[in-house]
Design a protein around this ligand. Structure first.
Ligand SMILES: [Zn+2]
Length: 372
């Protein structure tokens, strides 16, 4: 019989809320309160423990909450108000600070959690996945054992994880390069990514069927670890809670053990077998297709935009405002027209008869067809 797959769920606990997407907003405390409670409650239904990566600025807000036997880790964004009060941090990404500045921020965060939550954090996640060689050195010197920040293949102005293969298993980090295996006493636990590069997370817009397929890909490939990551503010939305619940329900039907980041040892092989397309093809539904079409469109626009500016650098050159415009176009023209197309098809086929929900979004479209 095959060995059970370890499933780690890391939840970044921060302020904010969720509407159509996750919004990080310091004024909205419910992301850390209601969001955290819902995350713990849903995980508990499946006997899963969550690695709660807590930002220092939320500790007073969550003080009275029952965190159960879930893991306590540290989540650092340099703009954290508690760090700023101690004249630490600022508005750059973590890796943009030197070794001593990073160490001071991580040390202060550790102290705050220790003092108020009563647990010394051993695991860590950097805000914006922002890590460099100084970060891992600081973590080792401060006694951390696990870092859940690696985001395979992803690069932005704040981080660079392009050396890691998409399906990357945990590794002991090298002091020469945070993206390589070495002998330092820190286990890197990369987040798991689906085939088009999104994180396996209820926040992924690709939809449930595709996320299930992504889990299946890891499971069928014999990967020893799957790492799901989410942000507590997302759990203030019914949509994300439902997705999280359904994803865990699907995962728990397999031979898996839900465990904390601290329970992860380095896997024997860092690079697991090659990607498998079949689970994705089997699970493609309207939601995934509309997302893929939208994504292809967005990339096309971005590329044209770069050409028009005569730039070919890898860094994203679109401003947040441009991204919102593209998102709007995508939502209004691509998703909407695709959905109404599907709705018409279902309506035509069903002729008023009840439509069986085959778990691929048909039910949703049948409902919208009935209303049309
Ligand atoms: Zn964060």
């Amino acid at each position: 019989m095959r060995r059970s797959v370890k499933v780690v769920i890391s939840c970044h606990v921060e302020f904010g809320y969720a509407a159509n997407s996750v919004v990080f907003d310091r004024q909205e405390r419910k992301g850390a309160l209601e969001g955290l409670e819902c995350c713990i409650r849903i995980a508990k239904e499946f006997d899963a423990r969550v690695s709660l990566m807590i930002m220092p600025e939320v500790v007073e807000t969550i003080k009275g909450l029952d965190l159960g036997d879930n893991g306590i880790g540290l989540h650092i964004h340099p703009e954290d108000s508690h760090l700023r009060k101690r004249s630490l941090g600022g508005f750059r990404a973590l890796r943009d600070y030197d070794f001593l500045e990073q160490k001071a921020m991580i040390s202060a965060g550790k102290e705050i959690i220790d003092e108020i939550v009563g647990v010394t954090p051993k695991s860590f996640v950097a805000g914006k996945w922002s890590v460099d060689n100084n970060t891992v050195r600081a973590l080792v010197e401060l006694g951390f054992s696990h870092d859940c920040s690696p985001c395979p293949g992803f690069a932005s102005v704040n981080c660079d994880w392009r050396k890691l293969p998409r399906m990357c298993m945990p590794y002991k980090v090298s002091h020469l390069d945070y993206q390589s295996s070495g002998t330092m006493n820190l286990v890197m636990v990369p987040v798991s990514k689906e085939i088009i590069g999104g994180v396996i997370s209820p926040e992924n817009r690709i939809g449930l069927a595709f996320l299930k397929a992504a889990f299946q890909e890891y499971y069928d490939s014999g990967c020893p670890v799957v790492h799901i990551a989410l942000h507590s503010p997302s759990m203030t939305s019914r949509h994300y809670r439902k997705l999280f619940n359904k994803l865990l329900k699907h995962i728990s039907k397999h031979n898996v053990t839900f465990c904390l980041a601290e329970d992860i040892e380095t896997a024997e092989s860092r690079v697991p077998p090659r990607a498998r397309l079949l689970p994705y093809i089997r699970n493609l539904d309207a939601e995934a297709l509309s997302y893929l079409a939208g994504n292809a469109f967005r990339r096309l626009v971005q590329r044209r935009y770069r050409w028009s500016k005569g730039e070919m650098s890898f860094r994203p050159i679109m401003t947040p405002q441009d991204t919102t415009i593209v998102q709007d176009i995508q939502d209004s023209y691509i998703h909407r027209s695709w959905r109404s197309f599907i709705a018409k098809k279902v309506q035509a086929r069903s002729r008023g008869a009840p439509v069986l929900d085959a778990g691929c979004g048909t039910c949703e479209h049948a409902k919208s067809a009935a209303l049309a």
